[in-house]
Write a new protein. Structure first.
Length: 218
């Protein structure tokens, strides 16, 4: 690798770090104040970057918000589970867990649900969530996990809509501390009308067990 290539790589890495720093600072401000009350001045104050550095990555506050909304897709990584209804449950459980600890995801969700001057992207986070859940339900149906005659799109709309409402209630009542329990209750009520009897008793409606640390004794 030449000196020029090393310098270029270092510059690119600094750019990635600066962009992430802006997004994380903006997420904190949006999560605390909402979109309309947030300002690029406060965002910059939390990053220590120059205004020129901010505008190099994002031409406006709206562009920052749009990038945060797009990051919601990172929390929609489908779990690798051969039982696709369990994968759908675990997807919502992981999303609930991350909402409690990840300010970037919390800001993304707040930007998606609040009525503000922010013009949301054409593909909303609800579309992304619905695509992920519908895909899992279609796979589950093909494997015989879903009751015959189930309208999968209707079920998807119910799951995504109910989760959205529950996380908002949980935010108001407990700052989302009780969100996993609320999501677990949702699935306990939904599954009897969705899952076939043979698969129903095999499904776990609680958060998946944490993997043991690497190097831990068997």
């Amino acid at each position: 690798m030449t000196d020029f290539e090393r310098a270029l790589m270092a510059q690119q890495e600094r750019g990635v770090r600066s962009k992430r720093s802006i997004l994380e600072a903006a997420a904190q401000v949006f999560d605390e104040r909402g979109y309309d009350a947030a300002s690029t001045t406060e965002i910059l104050a939390r990053t220590g970057l120059t205004r020129g550095a901010l505008y190099h990555h994002f031409p406006s506050k709206e562009a920052i918000a749009a990038a945060l909304v797009a990051l919601q897709s990172e929390a929609l990584e489908v779990p690798d589970n051969p039982v696709k209804l369990q994968a759908a449950i675990d997807l919502t459980m992981e999303f609930a867990r991350r909402l409690r600890i990840d300010p970037v995801l919390r800001a993304s969700v707040r930007l998606a649900v609040e009525q503000t001057s922010f013009s949301r992207p054409a593909q909303s986070p609800y579309d992304m969530s619905s695509t992920a859940i519908l895909g899992l339900l279609e796979e589950a149906s093909a494997q015989g996990e879903v009751l015959p005659g189930t309208d999968l799109r209707e079920a998807t709309s119910l799951i995504v809509g109910a989760f959205t409402g529950l996380q908002l209630m949980s935010q108001v009542y407990s700052d989302r501390r009780d969100l996993p329990e609320r999501v677990s209750t949702l699935w306990r009520f939904l599954l009897p009308g969705l899952a076939t009897p043979g698969i129903l008793g095999r499904l776990r409606t609680t958060p998946p067990p944490e993997a043991p640390p690497e190097g831990a004794d068997d």
